[in-house]
Design a protein around this ligand. Structure first.
Ligand SMILES: Nc1ncnc2c1ncn2[C@@H]1O[C@H](COP(=O)(O)OP(=O)(O)OP(=O)(O)O)[C@@H](O)[C@H]1O
Ligand SMILES: [Mg+2]
Length: 317
């Protein structure tokens, strides 16, 4: 891998996803439903971001773990061509079934498994200094990696000492929000340079339904110079940096499978930032990347087939 891979470090969850749809209604217990469309693919927030970076023609380094079973070996193969350090853990590989509902929403059913083994001592073996160029470490999917979650403040400080700016996308906490969780997340984001959340996560973190007020409250926790980027689904994204706010629209698209939308956004946004883009241009790059990825189904077939789309995606930052 070239030097570029070390400018974007992605740390977090990877897993095996079986994506199925469309599901018109929740099945009755004891029945069987045939799914018209399906794909078995690598997933997890960190996995999706690493694959999105590769799709966009960028480079990154991925630090994660797999289980010690056939699914784990298959999962590892999906990251061939990416600078991925995936340690094998004494556990079954985490599996997710992603059900795509006809209304556009989705449901995940996820097993416990190897992700519970991702921990700071294991990551430390692979952490290297960032080098002389600007570099970002993205921390993804913390709530699926409970051992690493306990050491998140230490991980952030160690990465910072190695010269990385820190980006974070927590995703939705399966246990929902309470005062202790809000305090924990506020502590993390106060240490980060790019906070990449969706609208609902920002509302719940700030404990208000009013998005403008919620963005203000979360932005108040940021370090000077840090950015809050809020993903707004089909409406695009908004951002705040040093009190300046801007909003960009997402390209219009027909979407069957929006899984990984936020992770694709993170890839496009961070590659643009590393290329020197200002806030609005980076938000727009994030939206373009997300749309380019989620309008494809299955993802893998088209990843290989649409190389011509890449220069256009990267050029417009
Ligand atoms: N239906 C859609 N049509 C067009 N673009 C979309 C649509 N849904 C998502 N996007 C694009 O994907 C980006 C991220 O999506 P979203 O706001 O759903 O993030 P997220 O909730 O973090 O995603 P995830 O569920 O993957 O964590 C949006 O900013 C937008 O650019
Ligand atoms: Mg998200």
């Amino acid at each position: 891998m070239g030097e570029g891979a070390h400018r974007l470090l992605v740390i977090g969850d990877i897993g095996v996803d079986l994506v199925l749809g469309p599901l018109a209604q929740w099945p009755q217990v004891g029945t069987e439903v045939l799914m018209e469309r399906s794909e078995l693919r690598a997933g997890g927030a960190a996995g999706n971001t690493a694959l999105a970076v590769a799709y966009l023609g960028g480079q990154c380094r991925l630090l994660s773990v797999t289980g010690c079973d056939a699914a784990g070996r298959w999962l590892r193969e999906q990251f061939a061509g990416i600078d991925a350090q995936l340690e094998e853990c004494p556990a079954h590989t985490t599996l997710s079934v992603g059900l795509l509902h006809a209304c556009g929403d989705r449901t995940f059913l996820t097993t416990r498994g190897h992700l519970e083994h991702l921990a700071l001592p294991l990551l430390r073996r692979h952490l290297k200094p960032a080098g002389s160029q600007p570099a970002v470490a993205l921390l993804s999917g913390v709530f699926l990696t409970p051992a690493l979650r306990r050491d998140y403040p230490a991980l952030i400080e160690e990465l910072r000492a190695l010269g990385y700016a820190i980006a974070i996308d927590t995703n939705w906490p399966p246990q929902d929000w309470d005062a202790a969780l809000r305090a924990e997340v506020r502590d993390w984001i106060g240490r980060c340079d790019h906070v990449l959340l969706n609208e609902l996560e920002v509302r719940r973190l700030a404990d208000t339904e009013d998005l403008t007020a919620a963005v203000g409250r979360v932005a108040a926790v940021l370090r000077p110079g840090a950015t809050l980027a809020v993903k707004l689904g089909a409406a695009g994204a908004l951002g705040v940096q040093d009190g300046r706010r801007c909003q960009v629209a997402a390209p219009r698209a027909t979407v069957f499978d929006s899984i990984g939308a936020g992770d694709g956004f993170n890839a496009g946004y961070l590659l643009a930032r590393l290329a020197g883009a200002e806030l609005a241009a980076a938000l727009a790059a994030g939206c373009r990347a997300a749309t380019a990825i989620i309008t494809r189904f299955p993802r893998r077939e088209l990843q290989a087939g649409e190389l011509s789309a890449r220069p256009a995606l990267m050029a417009a930052t």
